[in-house]
Design a protein around this ligand. Structure first.
Ligand code: PRP
Ligand code: URA
Length: 209
């Protein structure tokens, strides 16, 4: 599928098995989420722009390359997307971080916006929208609409678990946005939860159930 990258490295598969397990506690769940986000970031940053510079080794001067963290924006969708931020910041500590607060209405499954604070120059930045779960696709489609509304054009979406329904919805709404995911699960259940999935990512990250 165009613009879909499934990062199915053995390390990812291994960590995902623990993330899914209902016996994994909050502390371990958070750690795994962060590690998987780093592995996703490794793939999703393949094409980001570098600036040429130079450095002095103990022996000589040489050409070198640097990421311009000033031009990278991470945009987690609250709450669960917050669990991915530190993983990306460990690679790109200079990145700016914006936040979009959305929750799914329990009955309609439609996203409801409650917060938005984005970096001032987001229109010029490479934007990484973060949310571990791509279910119906409504939340991320809305988040990307908000980010595009501020002028951003280079947008990638990173999620840990996705499903065919969410991918189809997002690709129709935003065909220009590349999706990076660790796995494409089977399907959604009648309540909009991914099967086999991992349950409610926000509750598992923050111990709220
Ligand atoms: C979850 C998840 C996504 C959304 C995915 O958030 O973190 O944001 O559902 O579902 P969708 O693709 O069908 O929109 P939730 O609404 O439960 O909010 P929370 O992170 O605050 O728990
Ligand atoms: N949100 C979650 O946290 N999990 C799902 O399976 C679907 C939406």
């Amino acid at each position: 599928m165009a613009n879909l990258f499934v990062v199915d490295h053995p390390l990812v598969k291994h960590k995902l098995s623990f993330l899914r397990s209902k016996f994994t506690d909050v502390h371990m769940f958070r750690e795994l989420m962060q590690e998987l986000s780093m592995l996703l970031a490794y793939e999703a940053t393949r094409e980001i722009p570098l600036e040429e510079t130079f450095c002095e080794t103990p022996l000589t001067k040489t050409k070198a390359w640097m990421i311009s963290g000033q031009l990278i924006a991470l945009v987690p969708i609250l709450r669960a997307g917050l669990g991915m931020v530190d993983g990306l910041l460990s690679f790109m500590p200079m990145a700016k971080v914006g936040h979009i607060g959305l929750y799914r209405d329990h009955d309609t499954l439609q996203p409801v916006e409650y917060y938005c604070k984005l970096p001032a120059r987001i229109a010029q930045m490479d934007v990484f929208v973060l949310d571990p779960m791509l279910a119906t696709g409504g939340s991320v489609a809305k988040a990307i609409e908000i980010v595009k509304g501020k002028g951003a054009r280079q947008i990638r979406f990173l999620c840990v678990v996705s499903c065919p329904e969410g991918i189809a919805f997002l690709q129709k709404a935003h065909p220009d946005v590349a999706i990076y995911t660790c796995v494409v699960d089977e399907r959604l259940n009648d309540h909009g939860y991914i099967l086999p999935g991992l349950g409610d990512a926000g509750d598992r990250l923050y111990g709220t159930k």
